[in-house]
Design a protein around this ligand. Sequence first.
Ligand SMILES: [Zn+2]
Length: 300
Amino acid sequence: MTEIILSNPGAFEMLRGVFASAISSQVVRDGDYFDANDKNILICGTCGRPRREYVKAHFPTLENLSECDVFLAPKACPCDIKEHEDMKKRQLEDYKDGLRRFSLIEEKFSGASFGKLTINANNETSIKMCRNYAMNFEKYKKKGLLLWGGVGTGKSTAAACIANALIDDFTPVMMISFTRILDLSGSDRTFERNFLEDMQRAELVVFDDLGSERNTDYALEKIYNIIDARYRSHKPMILTTNLDLRKMTEETDIRYKRIYERILEVCHPIMFCGTNWRREIGGKEFNSFEESLLKGYDEK
Ligand SMILES: [Zn+2]
């Protein structure tokens, strides 16, 4: 029998109420029955173990005697424990589904994961850095990433792998292209305001395919405002782009220059393709972040 030591005689009354309400709200499942020797004890119809027990509560008195009382209380049989665990699992899955909807991540990227990537000599280093970034997000999140390189080098997929890994870890993330933001802003007046609000809640925002959107003044102004809002939130962003990093750093058109400056200030560039660009442009801070990303936490 479970025993409880009370520090206050008034607790008997409280316990009586607590246990009585726990017993009256206990769900009796189909097949459950009462013990033939004790009609108070409910037996699980599935596993045959008791689902109720007696609990003895003591209050030590001054004379060192004990006042005691016995209550009937619910007890978890193995089926109750499993049911509770299944419910917790379902709640976590529901939460994860909510995060996936929140992320706006496109269907084509929803299954992307580092485990499914084909690694070759061209992408080995960049994928390793992306993977380390995702696996040690808390360590690296002071900076974002700029995944740049030619078409078809797997930048968006790598970014989606990072997003999905974080969602699997219950981290709120968003992934969307500027083309889609501009399209949705055009068709739904509330989209932009909601997006900016959601963006504040996201621990990471991936802007996919920078440079593929219309290059009107209107579009560039919107892109700047979104990048700037993210920049000012002091939370990281990842951008993927086919633009050349050198062109971005040397841009003179102020409409682009102010966008690129914001990005390059808070995003570590990772090149996707074959040739070795690393270290030529980077300064001291670049190199130490790069070294760390290459090693990750595990191989410190
Ligand atoms: Zn059971």
